[in-house]
Design a protein around this ligand. Structure first.
Ligand code: ARG
Length: 441
């Protein structure tokens, strides 16, 4: 039995089956993520085609209705890319042609799969970045909340992993909150890059039809378009790389946080703990309550940091214009969005349930955390800094140092003044481009 082929580029011969499978790769599965955006792009395109007379006023509602039906099937999870169909763009057109005959064949005027996939990716990436901004903002709010809750819970601060100066859980939670602001700056930059209309660039060199690109930009809610058609095509790759940099930034913050938690769950520290049902056991050691969640988070987030590099290497030195290599970016970027969002959600879930040990610093092993405090006290009493430093150093050396555990930190961002309102304000400004309050989903 010969397989049915439904190629948009059918010219009366069938490519070898092996060639077909090799070039289509994972597209039939990955493109399902793009399906709703493909339909959205097609709706904008046909509406514009009608406005320039390439589709009649009678035909437009028929096309839009069929496209709405396809969108509804996608929402219900009933849309599939059939065997023998290359990708989502071909499947949507096939469904329209089956239903509407020649009318379905009209929608590809003035467009190519190259700008179709581009517009799908722009819409998809924009939405995923928005979702990630919303999740990151939830994590941020939790960190700020917990920072305030634990502002008086002191802990050792380390340099070189040696006991250094007093810190607090308030400072620790607040540090990750403020660090996320920088990650959201990158997220907003990636969002801006994604939020541009490439539709109308067609195969990469435009069309001789008088396409109204302002109209499709407006219909698709893009804040601007890629004007130059070659620049539009060049944005395939750039958009994904920018998104990957933002994902990697959040991943790097989370992987450090995960490392801290793993270390502090260790009995030698025992600074933090979790309800038993959030820890994991060992198959041989009956006493174990392991931090596997944070180890998996650390591993996933470390792996995610390689994504910008993978995408850069995949696209390095590609010639100008569309090249099929670009298809492979989907294999890397799509799972990365899922993985970072899982990690952010898991961080929210776990950190909300984390308990923190009180009075950690009462242990004499932390006495020397207070040497700088003692030096400062003597400086305020009139001793020059270098002399006070020498005196305290000698006391440590000969074992006579007695810590005074009272702390006097008042400057912005210190353990005595966490500046949480200022940090929250900075995050609000950085998140502004996402307009999260307008979109409560
Ligand atoms: N699946 C393809 C991609 O992701 C769609 C565009 C195909 N264009 C082409 N000229 N073969 O790049």
């Amino acid at each position: 039995m010969t397989q049915q082929h439904n190629k948009l580029w059918d010219k009366g011969f069938e490519p070898d089956q092996m060639i077909e499978e090799f070039t289509v790769g994972n597209d039939r599965a990955l493109d399902l993520e793009l399906a709703k955006y493909d339909v959205e792009g097609s709706m904008a395109h046909v509406t514009m085609l009608e406005s320039i007379g390439l589709i009649s006023a009678d035909e437009l509602p028929v096309l839009l209705e069929s496209l709405s039906d396809i969108a509804a099937a996608i929402d219900r999870g009933e849309f599939e890319i059939e065997p023998g169909v290359e990708d989502v763009h071909s499947q949507v057109e096939l469904l329209l042609t089956r239903r509407l005959g020649d009318l379905g064949k009209k929608i590809h005027s003035g467009r190519s799969r190259n700008d179709q996939v581009l517009v799908d990716l722009k819409l998809f990436t924009r939405q995923k970045l928005l979702d990630l901004a919303r999740d990151t903002s939830r994590l941020f709010n939790l960190l700020i909340e917990r920072s305030n809750e634990f502002k008086d819970y002191l802990m050792p601060g380390y340099t070189h992993l040696q006991v250094a100066m007093p810190s607090s859980f308030g400072l620790w939670f607040g540090a990750y909150a403020e660090s996320l602001v920088d990650d959201v700056t990158l997220l907003a930059a990636a969002y801006n890059i994604a939020d541009q209309n490439p539709l109308g660039s067609a195969a990469g060199y435009g069309s001789s039809f008088p396409l109204d690109r302002e109209m499709t930009t407006r219909l698709l809610g893009f804040h601007t378009m890629h004007y130059n058609v070659v620049a539009a095509q060049m944005s395939r790759g750039k958009t994904e790389r920018a998104a990957a940099v933002a994902i990697a930034a959040i991943a790097s913050t989370l992987s450090r946080l995960a490392m801290d938690v793993c270390m502090w769950m260790c009995q030698n520290f025992a600074f933090v703990s979790f309800p038993d049902n959030l820890t994991t056991g060992s198959s041989i050691m009956p006493h174990k309550k392991n931090p596997d969640v944070f180890e998996i988070m650390r591993g996933k987030c470390n792996r995610l940091q390689s994504i910008p590099n993978e995408l850069t290497i995949l696209t390095a030195n590609l010639p100008l214009g569309y090249n099929r290599d670009l298809q492979l970016m989907k294999d890397i970027l799509f799972p990365a969005f899922k993985e970072i969002s899982q990690c952010v959600s898991m961080a929210i879930f776990m950190l909300g349930k984390m308990s923190v040990k009180q009075n950690i610093l009462d242990d004499p092993r932390y006495d020397y955390l207070f040497t700088v405090e003692e030096v400062n006290r003597r400086v305020l009493a009139g001793t020059p800094f270098r002399e006070a430093y020498r005196q305290v150093g000698m006391e440590v050396q000969n074992g006579t140092f007695k810590p005074d555990r009272t702390l006097h930190h008042t400057h912005a961002g210190s353990i005595g003044n966490l500046s949480l309102n200022e940090i929250a304000m900075k995050m609000r400004n950085t998140l502004a481009p996402f307009r999260l309050e307008d979109d409560p989903s």
